[in-house]
Structures are given as structure tokens and as C-alpha cells.
Design a protein around this ligand. Structure first.
Ligand SMILES: *Cc1c(COP(=O)(O)O)cnc(C)c1O
Length: 407
């Protein structure tokens, strides 16, 4: 599907479909219940947990954008992740990547502790891991590409090929790129998961999630569970998220144009030891990114030269980037994974995932790029001023952790 088609689908969905008043934008239906047309004659909707027009139009539009048969809208991204685990029984194994989203990792391993499923953690960027999948014969393989925070890529087709050989399903968390830039179903994935909180809503004002199934049958099973356990999304959240979705393509164009400019700026900076952005030719998986993505996204990470104190000085010196977790909103956010998003991780595992004390992650917004670059420049200058005042400048400039070898 071409980018322009996706734009048109998202912009036109539900437009001018109101038969009662000719409202151009789909009206918001808050009613929890719907009257029967006659005795034993249900209309399209009966009860708000089971179905709602605003939720359904968002679900159908996301399914269309992802190339799936059916979508389910959930209250949060984690509810979407949890929903997918309903497909597993106690004896089933779930393969997960070692650097998947922290909340997903916590949920999967907590479910395993209660004996609800079995978990096997693998580094899915390694070909040896793919061979291991054949031996494990899991029920489901979970992938997340690019990963958070150092944007490692998993070869989607390579994973779905081995999964097909051993009868495993594959689910992909596509939150980081959104349906505008990556469509895992086209590479053989069975289920796509989104935290719509991020790029899809895009304005940092709704928490939500979505699950898109490749087949009607799988979609029906997941929709049955969503209604059964009661995790479907609220009408107003769906209304706002659809409004966000309409501008997804145009927002992402600007996000990634700004992200590439920032990545290039950081790459030539004397204050930076390593930049992580799949759009850079220097990214070890740039070719794979071009192959399976339709863009490189708006997330950029880098290691600042020096140590924790330098990262802290930089993070508190920027003015156009808010020091905050989360991502995907129009405003630029900056975060320090080691003490924020990944603080809960065991320090050794954190280092292995590439999250050292000097790592900084940016969710690049759609502001004027010159303002963003000027702000980074003055923040580096502030760090330099502190360092030249220090008695041990050489120490302050020692190289960041050697985790680049890991990828
Ligand atoms: C934020 C996020 C989630 C969880 O979504 P919530 O909406 O916060 O519940 C899952 N996966 C990824 C990749 C995320 O970034």
C-alpha cells in the first residue's frame, strides 16, 4: 500500500457517513446501551463493552492500514499486549526478545510465575536464536522492531519463516513505527499490537491500545476475549485517537525529517560517541530498515561522551525538549533510559541491552528543526562549560560503555 493511499484512508474514514444530520465528522456515541428494534431484534449495537461505533471505526481503519482482517481497540497498550496472551495455555511457550518493552517483559514474566504460560527470552537479532525457535516449537513469537531504546532491528521475514516451519504464531509490537511506516502483516506476521498512546494518537493526551489480526478467525477469537475480560477502549478515547490518526502520515513525515537532521547533527558532534538511528547509513541494519520499513521513524538515541554527570547536565540544559518518558507526540521529549524508562532493570541486563549511564533517548517532535538543533547546541555548550571547570577533564571525557559491540 502506498503512503498516499494510507493518508487518504486515514483522512476519509467515516467522513460524511452520518445519515441523521449529515455530520461530516463521525458523531461521538457515549450511550452504554442501545434499544432493541423489536422483540428479539437486536440492532448493530446492544452494549458498550461489546461494541461501540467510535471504537469500531477506529478498529476498522487501523486494520485497513495494517493490512489485517480485524482490529480490536483496548483501553491501553498493555491491555492489547495482555489480550494477545489469552491465546496461550499453561503448556505453551512464548518467545520474547530480551529488549522488548519493559511493561511487556514484566507482564510476560509475571504470567509465567503464576504458571499461565512459559516464557523463553532470546536475542532475536541473532541467527542462532532463530534456529533455537525451531527447537523450542513455541505457540507464539513476540517481536518488537525497532527496539527501545537503541533501535535494534529484527528481521521480520526471517522470524516469520522459522515460525511457519514450526507452526508458531508471530505477534509484532509496531508501536515505534506505526502503520504509516511499517506493516508487519505484509511480512508474514499474524498479529500486530500498538500502544496507540504514542504515534497513532500522537498528541500525548490519550492512553490506548490496538490489536490487529491477519485473519478474521484470529480476530474473532481476540475480540471474544476482549469483550469477555472487559478491556475494550472508551468511546471518547477512540474518538480522539481517530482524530489523531487522520494526521498520522503528515506528522510522521515531519517527525522523521527532523529525526534524520538531528541524527546527522549528533553524528558529527564532538560531544557524542555513538548515535542510534536506522536512517543513518552508519546504522548496522540500515539496509534491513530500508527493506522492511517505509521510513525510519522519529526516535533517536545517542551516547554523550563523558559520564552520568554529563548526561544529567545535558538533560537539564535543553529547553525545547521536555524531560519525560513516553514518545510519539508532536512535542519533543528527551529521556535518560538508565534512570527513567529502564530503571527497573537489573544493571547487568540493562548494560547488555545497551542502556548505559550516558545513553540519551529523544522522541523527536515536529517543531521547527532549527530551533531543535540550536537547543541541542547550547545544551552541549553548557556541558562543556561544566567540564572545563572540572579538575579532571580527561576523566570527564572518557568513552561511554562499550555496548556498541553488542549489535
Ligand atoms: C508504551 C508502549 C507500550 C504500552 O502501552 P501503554 O499505552 O502505555 O499501555 C507497549 N509497547 C511499546 C513499544 C510501547 O512504547
Amino acid at each position: 500500500m502506498s503512503q498516499s493511499n494510507k493518508s487518504t484512508i486515514a483522512v476519509r474514514t467515516g467522513i460524511d457517513a452520518d445519515k441523521h444530520h449529515g455530520a461530516v465528522v463521525p458523531p461521538l456515541y457515549l450511550s452504554t446501551t442501545y434499544s432493541f428494534a423489536d422483540f428479539d431484534k437486536k440492532r448493530d449495537y446492544d452494549y458498550g463493552r461489546s461494541g461501540n461505533p467510535n471504537r469500531d471505526i477506529l478498529a476498522q481503519t487501523l486494520a485497513e492500514l495494517e493490512g489485517g482482517a480485524k482490529g480490536i481497540i483496548t483501553a491501553t497498550g498493555m491491555a492489547a499486549v495482555h489480550l494477545v496472551t489469552q491465546l496461550l495455555n499453561a503448556d505453551d511457550t512464548l518467545v520474547i526478545p530480551h529488549d522488548c518493552y519493559g511493561g511487556s517483559y514484566r507482564l510476560f514474566t509475571s504470567l509465567e510465575k503464576r504458571g499461565l504460560l512459559k516464557v523463553k527470552v532470546l536475542d532475536l537479532t541473532r541467527s542462532e536464536s532463530l534456529q533455537e525457535i525451531l527447537a523450542i516449537k513455541p505457540k507464539l513469537v513476540w517481536i518488537e522492531t525497532p527496539s527501545n531504546p537503541i533501535l535494534r532491528l529484527t528481521d521480520i521475514k526471517a522470524v516469520t519463516d522459522v515460525a511457519a516451519q514450526c507452526g508458531a504464531l508471530v505477534a509484532a509490537d509496531n508501536t515505534f513505527l506505526s502503520p504509516a511506516l511499517q506493516n508487519p502483516i505484509a511480512f508474514g506476521v499474524d498479529i500486530v499490537v500498538h500502544s496507540t498512546t504514542k504515534y497513532i494518537n500522537g498528541h500525548s493526551d490519550v492512553v490506548g491500545g490496538a490489536v490487529i489480526a491477519k485473519t478474521e478467525e484470529l480476530g474473532d477469537e481476540l475480540a471474544w476475549w476482549a469483550n469477555n475480560i472487559g478491556i475494550t477502549g472508551a468511546p471518547f478515547d477512540s474518538y480522539l485517537t481517530l482524530r489523531g490518526l487522520r494526521t498520522l502520515n503528515v506528522r510522521l513525515k515531519q517527525h522523521q525529517e527532523n529525526a534524520l537532521a538531528i541524527a546527522r547533527y549528533l553524528e558529527q558532534s564532538e560531544f557524542v560517541s555513538q548515535v542510534y538511528y536506522p536512517g543513518l547509513e552508519s546504522h548496522p541494519q540500515h539496509a534491513l530498515a530500508k527493506q522492511q520499513q517505509q521510513g525510519f521513524g522519529g526516535m533517536v538515541s545517542f551516547d554523550i561522551k563523558g559520564e552520568l554527570a554529563d548526561a544529567a547536565k545535558f538533560l537539564t540544559s535543553v529547553k525545547q525538549f521536555s524531560l519525560a518518558e513516553s514518545l510519539g507526540g508532536v512535542e519533543s521529549l528527551i529521556c535518560h533510559p538508565a534512570t527513567m524508562t529502564h530503571a527497573g532493570m537489573d544493571p547487568a541486563a540493562r548494560l547488555e541491552a545497551g542502556v548505559g549511564d550516558t545513553l540519551i533517548r529523544i522522541s523527536v517532535g515536529i517543531e521547527e528543526i532549527d530551533d531543535l538543533l540550536a537547543d541541542l547546541e547550547q545544551a552541549f555548550a553548557a556541558v562543556k562549560t561544566t567540564q572545563s571547570g572540572s579538575s579532571d577533564n580527561a576523566k570527564a571525557f572518557k568513552l561511554s560503555p562499550a555496548h556498541t559491540a553488542l549489535w
